[in-house]
Design a protein. Structure first.
Length: 318
């Protein structure tokens, strides 16, 4: 019997190729999503360590702290007690169409507060002396970016703003009522590229916009802004120094020891009421001390010593 062997190789059909491409694309998208999720978790973990270290370094100089853990998830926020012992309780203002509710905190631990539609928290009693060392830290999770300046925290009286931290569109904003010109030094990482110094000028009473230091929407980020007596203002995002602005000291606002403060909005009486934060905020803390390069180096050395000691203990069983 004669067998005829067909030596021609059969290739893939177009449909089979499309199926294979679709499968590869699905696997790639899942892998990229998992990679991004792991990266975000790593950044949050690093930021939590940095926050803990900052509190360990400046904790004795805490002027006020609001952690929002007093309420129940989904409940309405009416007042916000100060957990530092300074008794700077905040009152919540909710305009028509706005809301202030308790939401999940960072990594779903404890509570944060969700502010929308112009809702904000205000109180009095934080010092606003000129050239004071002060550091403001907060976890923030914006839900939208709008072209006006959105306050995260501010201290001021009437038209005077001693110091402020916020967002302009998606860019970090810091400022006071200084008429000095500010210059921005280089810093940052791949996610927070900085504008060149020549793009940054601070006019009288105007905020300084860090043109390319961006805050992401719908993601928790730890923001720390530190003003020192020399007039340098340093901005950290998730533990990384992303900008240094010179010539930006805090401004004296009278009465010095009882200035207004605000979370998520402008300090009462300190200007037009159009600059409200929309999104989640957690663990807002104000310290009467600044983070200088020397103190940050100390944080690094302390962390390195701790790591070295832990590694030695694991190696030698001590």
């Amino acid at each position: 019997m004669l067998y005829i062997i067909n030596s021609m190789k059969k290739g893939f059909t177009i449909i089979e190729l499309l199926v294979i491409i679709s499968i590869i694309g699905l696997i790639s998208s899942v892998a990229l999503a998992n990679l991004q999720g792991s990266r975000d978790k790593a950044k949050t973990a690093a930021a939590q360590i940095f926050r803990s270290n900052v509190n360990g370094l400046l904790g004795a100089q805490t002027a006020a702290a609001w952690n929002f853990n007093e309420g129940t998830l989904g409940g309405v926020v009416t007042t916000v007690p100060d957990s530092s012992g300074s008794n700077l309780t905040g009152t919540v203002v909710v305009p028509p169409g706005g809301s202030a509710t308790y939401t999940e905190g960072v990594n779903n631990i404890g509570n944060g507060v969700l502010l929308t539609g112009g809702a904000h928290i205000y109180g009095t009693g934080i010092s606003s002396s000129a050239g004071k060392p002060v550091t403001v830290t907060a976890w923030i999770n914006p839900i939208m970016s709008i072209a006006n300046v959105r306050r995260i925290f501010e201290v001021g009286v009437d038209a005077c703003s001693s110091f402020r931290v916020g967002i302009d569109s998606a860019n970090v904003m810091i400022g006071n009522n200084s008429d000095q010109v500010a210059t921005e030094d280089e810093g940052g990482d791949d996610d927070s590229a900085l504008a060149s110094p020549e793009n940054l000028l601070a006019a009288a009473g105007e905020p300084v916009i860090l043109n390319q230091v961006r805050i992401n929407n719908s993601k928790w980020q730890f923001l720390a802004v530190s003003f020192d007596p020399s007039g340098d203002a340093r901005t950290y995002i998730d533990g990384t120094l992303v900008a240094t602005v010179s010539g930006l000291p805090t401004t004296e606002c009278l009465p010095v020891d009882s200035a207004n403060w605000s979370i998520g909005g402008i300090a009462p009486g300190a200007g037009p009421e159009y600059t409200y934060f929309n999104g989640k905020i957690d663990d807002v803390t104000v310290y009467d001390g600044s983070l200088t390069p020397a103190t940050v180096s100390k944080l690094y050395r302390d962390g390195l010593d701790k790591y070295t000691a832990a590694a030695a203990s694991a190696t030698f069983g001590n």
